[in-house]
Design a protein around this ligand. Structure first.
Ligand code: KE4
Length: 427
């Protein structure tokens, strides 16, 4: 596969951009080799600067649920751009998107739009601290909630991939307010709450963990979290930046019937443009400036282009049958990969909710970060490159997710499965 242009650009980029990328996981560090520079994308495929086209299962880490350059999304962005790109003033579009989010997720009575998932989580935690007047937070090992200082404590995703669970530059004092527990370990949560509940403002969790690979919540785990937090006046924050509008129109909270105090969103609600959001009950969200004293602001918050792309995307997702179709495509891919692994006698532990899925080269169940880390990441790296050579682009890290979109066809996925049958035999 010709990659000379990507290589040339990567060499140059490293002179001007740390690691040559604007987000660590893109650098292929955990799978080896050089990142592909993408030139364009359309539908289910991306094409790199050397003209190689791949079926895309990265989906820009989640946002591209309708496929790349969806005509309706592109037209809407073009129309919005012709009326200006940013005003720094309220617009009707922001009201429409806020209403759509509140209608989709009944736990959200009021929502604030920001420009990234990190900003959404950072702000939600600040509101939780302001509301409870407590300082400590509890997160789960291997969950990633963006790169705010107090969250880079045993984070998943890029931090785990780079082996920097406690990133330099995070003052001990900041990390000191962050308690951590193994994902799915309710007993560990109980003992931490017993000791610290008086200072615990919130527990933040990915209802379906997507940053240590995809790890599903044990039955009752989320419900037990909800009960324990309610008993101790601790707010429950569901970080649905990945799962929101991905696994269901109402996110994982609708799927699992959990009513959080605050929800963080991102990715899909911006239709591929920079966006984040956090929301919850009126009495909590009315603490946010200017309604209340908890300060949070943003030059490009509610940007007209991102909001327009988000509105069109959510409108498409709200039509009936979309999630059933995403689930069918997800099942086709997961079952195909599972069969290929089985026929090649390769241990492959799979997880899936709808069009969000993961696969670990592990012969044991993966239920948390320590079991995820036991998987054979070297084998994953080989899988990644061999699938790339055969035209399918998966996440360049074992600690990420795979996604299918509404425009991956049955034959696209069959093509990937055929490649997988060849690849698993060579792992
Ligand atoms: P952003 O700041 O990257 O928009 O969102 C942070 C974030 C928050 N919460 C969850 C559950 C997330 O998964 C993320 C970001 N996800 C990673 C990939 N798993 C972003 C990819 C990257 O870091 O380049």
């Amino acid at each position: 596969m010709k990659t000379t242009n990507s290589k040339r650009l990567f060499d140059q980029a490293q002179r001007y951009i740390p690691g040559g990328v604007n987000s660590p996981v893109r650098a292929f560090r955990s799978v080896g080799g050089n990142p592909l520079f993408i030139k364009r994308a359309r539908g289910a495929t991306v094409t790199d600067v050397d003209g190689n086209t791949f079926l895309d299962y990265v989906a820009s880490w989640g946002p591209i649920i309708l496929g790349h350059a969806h005509p309706a999304v592109v037209r809407a962005i073009q129309r919005a751009a012709s009326q200006g790109t940013s005003y720094g003033a309220p617009t009707e579009q922001e009201l429409i998107l806020a209403q759509m989010i509140c209608q989709a997720l009944p736990s959200i009575e009021k929502v604030r739009l920001v420009s990234s998932g990190t900003e959404a989580v950072m702000s939600a935690i600040r509101v939780a601290r302001g509301f409870t007047k407590r300082d400590a937070i509890l997160k789960f090992d291997g969950c990633y909630h963006g790169h705010a200082d107090h969250l880079l404590v045993k984070a998943g995703s890029g931090a785990a991939t780079l082996g920097l669970p406690d990133s330099p530059g995070v003052p001990k004092a900041f990390a000191g307010h962050t308690l951590t527990a193994p994902y799915n370990d309710i007993e560990a949560v109980k003992s931490l709450i017993q000791k610290h509940w008086r200072k615990l403002a919130c527990i933040i969790v990915e209802p379906i963990a997507g940053n240590m690979g995809v790890v599903l919540p044990k039955k009752e785990f989320l419900r037990q979290l909800r009960t324990l937090t309610r008993q101790h006046g601790i707010l429950l924050i569901l970080d649905e930046v990945i799962s929101g509008f991905r696994v269901a129109y109402g996110g994982a909270q609708t799927l699992y019937g959990i009513k959080p105090d605050l929800t963080c969103l991102g990715k899909i609600i911006g239709g591929g443009l920079p966006v984040g959001a956090y929301g919850g009950s009126k009495d909590i969200m009315d603490l946010v400036a200017p309604a209340g004293p908890v300060y949070q602001a943003g030059t490009l918050s509610g940007n007209p282009l991102a909001v327009t792309a988000g509105i069109v995307t959510l409108k498409k997702l709200s039509t009936s049958g979309v999630y059933e179709k995403l689930d069918r495509r997800g099942a086709q891919l997961a079952e195909g990969l599972g069969k290929a692994a089985k026929q090649a006698n390769v241990p492959f532990f799979q997880t899936r909710v709808g069009s969000l899925m993961g696969g670990f080269f592990s012969d044991t169940r993966v239920v948390d970060f320590s079991s995820a880390k036991k998987s054979d990441t070297a084998r994953y790296a080989k899988f990644f490159h061999k699938m790339l050579e055969r035209g399918s682009y998966f996440a360049p890290s074992q600690f990420e997710a795979a996604f299918v979109s509404t425009v991956h066809t049955v034959s696209d996925i069959d093509h990937t499965i055929e490649a997988a049958h060849q690849v698993f035999k060579k792992l």
